[in-house]
Ligand binder design. Sequence first.
Ligand code: NAD
Ligand code: MG
Length: 382
Amino acid sequence: MKKIALIGSTGSIGTQTLEIVRNNPEEYKVVALACGRNLERIEGQMREFHPSFVSVADEEGAAALRSATKDLGIPVSSGMSGLVEAAAYPDADVTVTAIVGMIGVQPTLAAIEAGKTIALANKETLVTAGHLVTRAAERKGIQILPVDSEHSAIFQCLQGNRGNRISRILLTASGGPFRGRSRAELEHVTLADALKHPNWSMGQKITIDSATMVNKGLEVIEASWLFGVEPARVEVLVQPQSIIHSAVEYEDGAVIAQLGTPDMKLPIQYALTWPARKPLPGERLDFTKLSSIELAQPDQKTFRGLEFAYRAAEGGGVLPTSMNAANEFAVAHFLQEKIRFLDIYEWIEYAMDTAPRTREPSLEEILAEEKDVKERLRAKFL
Ligand code: NAD
Ligand code: MG
């Protein structure tokens, strides 16, 4: 029986993780849950899965949840301390990081320190604190198993190839809802347009990141940390049907790819069952019905997310934090319809242009830069 701590339990990845637990009650037990503000949903999860510990974003929510679930007797905490406690819950074997944003840095580091295996969906943490996370994981001898579909694909392509040199990672991208559009055509796109992802149903923040291709940029940096490959050897290919989930090219020229229908439950489950595979119901890929598998170069000039990420990765220091924090702040404003789609790029570029030069930033320096990015953007644009 694998015991799971799940942070971000009410979101897209969180609820799909719980679906896997629900379908395999003899394999998994949820011991800790954490979420932000969806109290109704987490109450339902507490009643169904009976965790030993729960945490929510703020104390007001925690008080309401405590009184609504008095009959269960489950301790409910809040804030960063509650989140850290849930992520590093003593009884857990594996921590699934399904929380969105770099708020995941501290709980992820705490879970690693507590010796948990990490099933990582929360890419912002690796982007902003990759050196701290990978170093801590190495020191503790723990595994970070990717949940992100492309990274799970790459990880699957690496199985059985230990010691073999990777020439390139081919990271695929759907291109998002605006693929093929020009910059002029992006001037007036609305929030509703940006939220219509062609292939995947996901949380709002990552859906916007897919439309800007910032998501793919973050994934380049994520891949570089997970697989120890420099960002320049992580190449992005647009694959509009999201059927080739990514590929690895070895030194002999062999390219190994992982294919399947777009369903996050496979990468989530593989992170929980690795190195084994277990049955998973769902739609199967029918090659006879596929008319084509398109592949194309990304339009990096229009969709600047990739350009920013390669620059951030190359610059190092706090630059990936500046990029990521600016994006989080800008996307939050775009989701409230306070800024336009293209402003997101302008905000990121400004935050990166004004970033301090540091090498190997500490956790404190990373968190300070996150705060400072918001202040710089407020002063410049709001
Ligand atoms: P989501 O918005 O659907 O869910 C986010 C979760 O985080 C929710 O449970 C929310 O309550 C919780 N949360 C937010 N703020 C919090 C706070 N202050 N304290 C505690 N909990 C808080 O997001 P998602 O789409 O599930 O994405 C989660 C992560 O997984 C992101 O990093 C995303 O990039 C990554 N990811 C998602 C998908 C996908 O298909 N959704 C695919 C690949 C990677
Ligand atoms: Mg992905």
